[in-house]
Design a protein around this ligand. Structure first.
Ligand code: AMP
Length: 189
């Protein structure tokens, strides 16, 4: 069973995703990381991708869907995948569901819940550590959070209606949140 992890920017999603992969053996598909690598590649495609990331907007559908499709088909059927950062809107959800169905992969979703004010504080702290430009500017952070609210929440709600979603409290320490997530994951299988 594959896993799609949702959570507002700053919810700890990326950190939790990496630990889940390390300890539970998932293959990590991190949409933002894949796109940042393309943005840094110095190609024309990279320039296009960068122009969206820099302003906190979603990269065009065709680009991200090709990247994720290639990653999915490259994995053997018995390798579980953890998706971090996709699907981000309803178009991506429809395309993602279709790819997963095509290749016969089942998935469940977890949303890490965190209060927005706390999330902003966590991101500003992270920007200082990692030097990410799109994390350092509060206007861009707010823009990414707006996108989450207007575009990604409807996706999460749709998965909830399909009975595919579990919610996990994202407050408290990282170990605590990890415990809650693994508890939920273990109940899937
Ligand atoms: P993240 O690291 O997940 O916060 O993503 C950083 C940036 O990468 C976002 O602000 C978008 O510009 C881009 N991005 C990440 N995931 C997606 C996606 N699924 N679709 C389009 N753009 C994305």
């Amino acid at each position: 069973m594959d896993l799609v992890l949702f959570g507002i920017q700053g919810s700890g999603k990326g950190t939790q995703a990496q630990r889940l992969c390390r300890e539970l053996g998932y293959y990590l598909f991190e949409a933002g990381g894949e796109l940042r690598a393309i943005a840094a590649s110095g190609t024309e495609l990279g320039e296009t991708v960068k122009s969206y990331i820099d302003v906190g907007k979603l990269v065009p559908f065709a680009i991200i869907m090709q990247v994720v499709r290639e990653a999915i088909v490259a994995q053997p059927p018995d390798q579980r995948i953890l998706f971090d950062g996709i699907p981000r809107d309803e178009d991506q959800m429809r395309a993602f569901d279709a790819i997963m169905q095509d290749v016969g992969r089942a998935f469940r979703c977890i949303q890490i819940l965190l209060d927005e004010a706390e999330a902003v504080q966590r991101i500003l702290g992270r920007a200082a550590e990692q030097g990410r430009a799109d994390d350092a500017d509060e206007t861009i952070i707010r823009k990414r959070m707006d996108t989450f609210r207007s575009k990604t929440l409807p996706v999460i709600q749709a998965y909830a209606q399909q009975g595919k979603l579990s919610e996990v409290d994202g407050s408290g320490g990282m170990d605590e949140v990890y415990e809650r997530i693994t508890h939920t994951v273990n109940a899937f299988t």
